[in-house]
Design a protein around this ligand. Structure first.
Ligand SMILES: [Fe+2]
Ligand SMILES: [Fe+2]
Length: 318
């Protein structure tokens, strides 16, 4: 029987608050309350699942690398992502989670990564756009965790992860810039941005007026709110896209001092056609959450691929 969070985490909520107020980090179960443990498990699972699923998603697109050395760069990014996933799952293991069950025995729809990865990356253009947009989103989120996290082991591990994510998004930007110099390639880069930009806007979750992760902010699992993170991502991505001449539906509003989205948002998405149905106007977040929960076209295929070796070799599973 796996022990319950109450059995694993001996501190009261007040003791955790006092520990944090004294400027100390949480180093393990001995410093945690059940609420802290549940919260840190949740955010670590989302992070590790996101890193893990990016591997099959990027590998699929890497097959379209223009040359062998470009394939090598893509594979080294994939290797980084697997190492990032490993960090998250190992920490979850230390926090009393059955790692094998979590990684290899969970149903595909129980994985907790952003919906964007459920949509196939089918070309080198889409892979490098993913590096420029998705890895930038990962970087924004993890830098925030690195700054704010009160969980010492993760905070320290993220110093390495942040550096590698910088390499990934630089890989994306270098390629986007290079491809944009050629009108034919640029059109394909633009087509990738057309569906991928809005999916990454969704990545940051419900707007602040709809959802506040009180405990996430209070216990310092993250520092910024969803909308603040979305703004930080646009501040990094929009000026770059303008510089290379790729149109994205967002601009900086000088007077308001923030980025504004220029298309219906959130909107309906045709995942098979990889196309936004913007003519239908904005939709409610409830409909978006329903799409997220139903998962997208690649969910089952990617998770099955990740679990195949474990499931087909009982000796490893034992
Ligand atoms: Fe990563
Ligand atoms: Fe990455």
């Amino acid at each position: 029987m796996t022990p319950s969070v109450e059995e694993l985490a001996p501190r009261s909520e007040d003791e955790v608050r006092a520990h944090l107020a004294a400027g100390k980090l949480v180093e393990g179960l001995q410093h945690m309350s059940p609420e802290y443990l549940k919260g840190i498990r949740r955010i670590l699972t989302v992070s590790a699942d996101t890193e893990l699923i990016s591997a099959p998603a990027y590998l699929r697109a890497a097959a379209h690398a223009p040359a062998l050395n470009n394939f090598g760069s893509a594979v080294s990014i994939i290797q980084d992502e697997l190492a990032h996933a490993h960090i998250g799952y190992r920490l979850l293991g230390d926090l009393g989670v059955d790692m094998n069950a979590l990684i290899y025995e969970r149903e595909p729809e129980a994985f907790k990564y952003p919906y964007a990865f459920d949509v196939a990356l089918d070309s080198w253009h889409e892979l490098v756009m993913a590096n420029a947009l998705y890895d930038q989103a990962g970087f924004v989120l993890l830098s925030d965790v690195h700054r704010s996290s009160t969980f010492g082991p993760w905070k320290r591990a993220l110093a390495k992860v942040d550096k590698e994510e910088t390499f990934h998004l630089r890989h994306g930007r270098t390629w986007v810039k290079k491809l944009c110099a050629d009108p034919v390639e640029k059109a394909r880069v633009q087509a990738a941005a057309d569906w991928m930009f809005i999916l990454t806007l969704e990545w940051f979750g419900l707007p602040d007026e709809r959802k506040r992760h009180g405990i996430q902010l209070e216990y310092g699992f993250k520092g910024l709110t969803n909308d603040e993170l979305r703004q930080a991502w646009m501040a990094a991505v929009v000026p770059f896209m303008q510089e290379v001449g790729v149109d994205v539906p967002a601009h900086h509003d000088e007077r308001a001092g923030r980025y504004v989205i220029d298309c219906p948002f959130p909107a309906r998405f045709d995942a098979e056609a990889k196309r936004w149905l913007l003519d239908e106007g904005p939709i409610g977040w409830d409909e978006v959450v329903e799409r997220w929960k139903g998962r997208g076209p690649m969910n089952v295929g990617y998770v099955t691929r990740l679990q195949r070796g474990y499931r087909s070799r009982p000796a490893v599973a034992a």
